[in-house]
Design a binder for this molecule. Structure first.
Ligand code: SAM
Length: 487
């Protein structure tokens, strides 16, 4: 498809004549690149080279320790490890999170005279504002400390459900998924140490991968996107702590949505700090823009188009008071104040004692004690789609293990240490049985213990069945069922 003249002009203005020409050439090449990012909570990097993925590995993504290229695009739906949250299929340039966090560590260290690595060693409160389907969120939570909290938000309801499903598969207990507009974060003034705004944009960076996007591009749409991005940034800016960091990204090249918006952000009171991690980036072929953002251009790197910048809000950063602020504000009357104290569950033994177990209807949910007050504050102030761990449904005296529980990193640890809770046993299955389970086809497990059985595929929990001997009851939700032919 012909590239619009104005697109070419914008690209030349942003990238210079030579790089822009290289870009125009590769857009038409139709080259397809497949990349995946492993889940460090579930997968040991050393297993990656040994046939871990359903296609051969072609090398590492230069700017992400967790990212790998595959030689071809397999049918991921037919790989049980994909369903077990062992990895996330993500376009390589979108794996910029390590570069961003590295820039933050360097900037923080230089400002505070501390060693590098001290910012994220603390308990950080992070918000990923435009998070669906979950690429940046699953990456970010993989890099944050386990005691940090990530609020992963998506404004479009149907997309927030997809986001919640991907977060559940990733298996972390420190992510809350919400479904709110950027203007809904009033109660969080100054409470987030880190905010990611991966903004809706004109999508120029996808032109090679999705040529139909070229037909939707227009200068008017670029203006519309740039203005919407400013609205989103203005709405969320008060929620960023003084001295806190904001990562802004788009998958475009033009200055209106990228450097232009960085200049506009400076007007809100911030410094652009991305260039502090430019050494790694430049070695990878990533370009530093005039304003100090990182630009991924497909003729220079192995990936699609992406722009990313990190800014630091003016002011001195202090470890956030999120927890105590949460307690203070709760007294004024939130959801709990109206509904009464949450009902605790005392009998479910599936989670260790460092979790608070709350009964919501018949659902037992587990919240790690250190995070419970913060998560409650989020639940009271935002439309929450997913929080804590869905552990089990209480049916009389029985606790029927929840499908999400099987996917938790904490359960992967239990499997690895052969330390499953009372009432649940684990059975390792091969690919054929794993796919039968995922397709909800009849499955028999000869010799397996009776009762609740966690099906394990190559060390990772897939889901639960109730083994009745001559047959099993499959506890996988219909929504997660594989619908394609599995043979
Ligand atoms: N960060 C995601 C990831 O890595 O998987 C991709 C995000 S995508 C580039 C932008 C997201 O912004 C979309 O999910 C879209 O629904 C959402 N969005 C659209 N309009 C918005 C608005 N006005 N405010 C906030 N988010 C919006």
């Amino acid at each position: 498809m012909e590239l619009p003249v104005e697109f070419r002009e914008y690209a030349v203005a942003a990238l210079g004549e030579e790089v822009a020409q290289g870009l125009f050439d590769v857009i038409g090449s139709g080259e397809e690149i497949t990349s995946v990012r492993v889940n460090p909570f579930k997968v040991d990097e050393s297993s990656v080279e040994e046939g871990f993925f359903p296609a051969e590995v072609e090398g590492k993504v230069k700017w992400s320790e967790l990212g790998h290229y595959l030689k071809e695009r397999p049918v991921f739906t037919l790989d049980p490890l994909f369903h077990a949250g062992g990895y996330y299929v993500q376009e390589a340039s979108s794996m910029y999170m390590e570069l961003a966090l590295n820039a933050i560590e360097k900037d923080y260290a230089a400002r505070c005279g501390e060693e590098e690595g001290t910012f994220f060693a603390q308990r950080v409160n992070a918000l990923d504002l435009c998070a669906a389907p979950g690429g940046k969120s699953t990456h970010l939570v993989s890099l944050l400390g386990k005691d940090s909290l990530l609020v992963s938000n998506e404004v479009i309801k149907s997309r927030s459900v997809i986001l919640a499903d991907n977060i559940a598969k990733w298996g972390c207990d420190n992510v809350v998924v919400t479904n709110n507009d950027p203007s809904d974060f009033g109660a969080f003034e100054g409470l987030f140490d880190l905010i990611v705004v991966d903004a809706p944009c004109s999508g120029e960076g996808l032109f090679r991968k999705e040529p139909e996007a070229i037909g939707e591009w227009s200068p008017a749409n670029v203006q519309l996107c740039a203005q919407r991005q400013q609205r989103i940034l203005a709405d969320i800016w008060p929620a960023l702590a003084p001295g806190g960091y904001l990562i802004y990204s788009t998958c475009t090249y033009n200055k209106h949505e990228n450097d232009g918006n960085l200049a506009w952000l400076e007007g809100l009171g911030c410094n652009i700090v991305t260039s502090s991690s430019f050494t790694t980036a430049s070695e990878s072929g990533i370009i530093l823009t005039e304003k100090g953002g990182l630009q991924f251009v497909p003729c220079k790197i192995k990936g699609e188009g992406q722009f990313m910048a990190v800014v630091r809000k003016e002011g001195d950063w202090e470890p956030s008071s999120f927890g105590s602020a949460a307690q203070g504000k709760k007294k004024k009357g939130g959801k709990d104040a109206k509904k009464g104290a949450p009902q605790m569950d005392k009998d479910c033994r599936y989670l260790p004692d460092n979790y608070v177990k709350v009964l919501q209807g018949d659902l037992v949910k587990g919240y790690r004690k250190e995070l419970y007050e913060k998560i409650k504050f989020v639940e009271e102030n935002l439309r929450t789609v997913l929080s804590g761990i869905a552990v089990a449904n209480k049916k009389g005296k029985d606790y029927v293990p929840h499908a999400d529980f099987a996917l938790q990193a904490v359960v992967a640890d239990m499997v690895a240490s052969e330390c499953l809770p009372d009432g649940i046993s684990a059975v390792e299955v091969g690919r054929e049985d794993a796919l039968k389970f995922l397709a909800k086809e009849p499955l028999v497990l000869p010799g397996a213990p009776m009762g609740y059985v966690l099906l394990v595929y190559r060390g990772l929990g897939l889901g639960f069945v109730k083994n009745l001997g001559n047959r099993t009851n499959n506890l996988l939700p219909m929504a997660r069922r594989i619908r394609m032919e599995i043979r």
